[in-house]
Ligand binder design. Structure first.
Ligand code: FSX
Ligand code: SF4
Ligand code: F3S
Length: 332
């Protein structure tokens, strides 16, 4: 496969320019993605090339049983400069999203046709939400078709290059799989064990981890770059390689055994460790403390749960609703 970077880049820049996103902001965005991927600023050019390569695959995004917070986490992101609100335009344009039920204008038969057409060429599949499996999947349907059938059609197509399970529900079943799991909801890999699935969990997940994964997958397709290294729970180690605890700004207090004993205490306000209030940071793998949410100028976000005074509840771990609860009690 040949990559025609220059042409694609110029086209993308023109398109984004028309929607009020400048070249400078596009490159800044690519810089943030590069940093999220653990690379230096020079890598931004590679990211820009991947996101604008003429032969980059498009993205098909399917919804299942979920709260749709995963989509919201992208759509409600702050913009790069903290003023304008175009980050969603930027992300949705550069990842070449061809089908997404939450935001697409088409409905009914038009939407079905859009999916059918999008599946005619190579694509990356993003799956959001858990898949209800009980009674042949009848507890989750879109347009009369069960969710499991829809995902099956998209994931087993020869045009599906790889699947990204975005959010803890898609990765491991999530909230609807919590006991007693009345619909027998499952994560994508559990339902389709033979498919190539990369998990980007979190409830909600960090959208920059998604874009970083999409970029890595595009590089695999267009440049034959190796797939990102995954941990035993199929998470890219570049984003999920360290515990929340090991990156947490309250860790010096943990080391000194300075624990806040109530949320409204002066100690909690002074930044003491939230371990005794239930923090599951030591058993949770994610990059929240360094990446945070709603990235601004330098690619670091404005806040994350522990900084805001709330314990980590382990939302990027398999079965965290059962495994990590009660959320406000210390781990046993
Ligand atoms: Fe699950 Fe996504 Fe939690 Fe919600 O849709 S990962 S319930 S934030 O948003 O699937
Ligand atoms: Fe670790 Fe949580 Fe304490 Fe931070 S607040 S140091 S993540 S236990
Ligand atoms: Fe989730 Fe813990 Fe991060 S609750 S958002 S993994 S701090």
């Amino acid at each position: 496969m040949k990559i025609s970077v220059g042409h694609g880049l110029a086209d993308a820049e023109k398109r984004l320019e028309e929607r009020g996103v400048s070249r400078r902001d596009f490159m800044k965005f690519c810089g943030i993605i590069a940093a999220t991927m653990g690379m230096g600023p020079a890598y931004a050019t590679e990211v820009a090339a991947a996101l604008t390569a003429d032969n980059r695959p498009s993205v098909i995004w399917l919804h299942n049983a979920e709260c749709t917070g995963c989509s919201e986490s992208i759509l409600r992101m702050a913009s790069i400069d903290g003023k304008t609100a175009y980050i969603d335009t930027l992300i949705l344009d550069v990842i070449s999203l061809e089908y997404q039920e939450t935001i697409m204008a088409a409905a009914g038969e038009m939407a079905e046709k859009a999916l059918h057409d999008a599946m005619k060429k190579p694509y990356l599949l993003v799956v959001e939400g858990g898949i209800p499996m009980k009674d042949n999947g009848i507890y989750g349907k879109v347009g009369g078709v069960t969710m499991v059938e829809m995902v099956k059609k998209a994931i087993t197509s020869k045009n599906c290059l790889a699947t990204i399970a975005y959010g803890t529900c898609a990765a491991y079943g999530g909230v609807q799989a919590a006991k007693p799991n009345p619909t027998d909801a499952k994560g994508v890999k559990a339902v389709f064990p033979k498919s190539l699935v990369i998990n980007v969990p979190g409830c909600p997940p960090n959208p920059y981890n998604l874009v970083g994964t999409v970029v890595a997958a595009i590089m695999t397709v267009t440049k034959k770059a190796p797939l990102p290294a995954l941990d035993g729970d199929l998470r890219p180690t570049v984003f999920f390689g360290q515990t929340v605890h090991d990156q947490c700004e309250r860790q010096p207090f943990f080391e000194k055994e300075q624990f806040a004993m109530s949320f409204d205490s002066p100690e909690a306000k002074k930044g003491w460790c939230l371990y005794k209030l239930g923090c599951k940071g030591p058993s949770t793998y994610n990059n929240c403390p360094t990446k945070k949410f709603n990235p601004l100028d330098k690619g670091v976000g404005v806040n994350w749960p522990v900084q805001a005074g709330h314990p980590c509840i382990g939302c990027s771990e398999p079965n965290f609703w059962d495994k990590m609860s009660p959320f406000y009690e210390m781990e046993k």
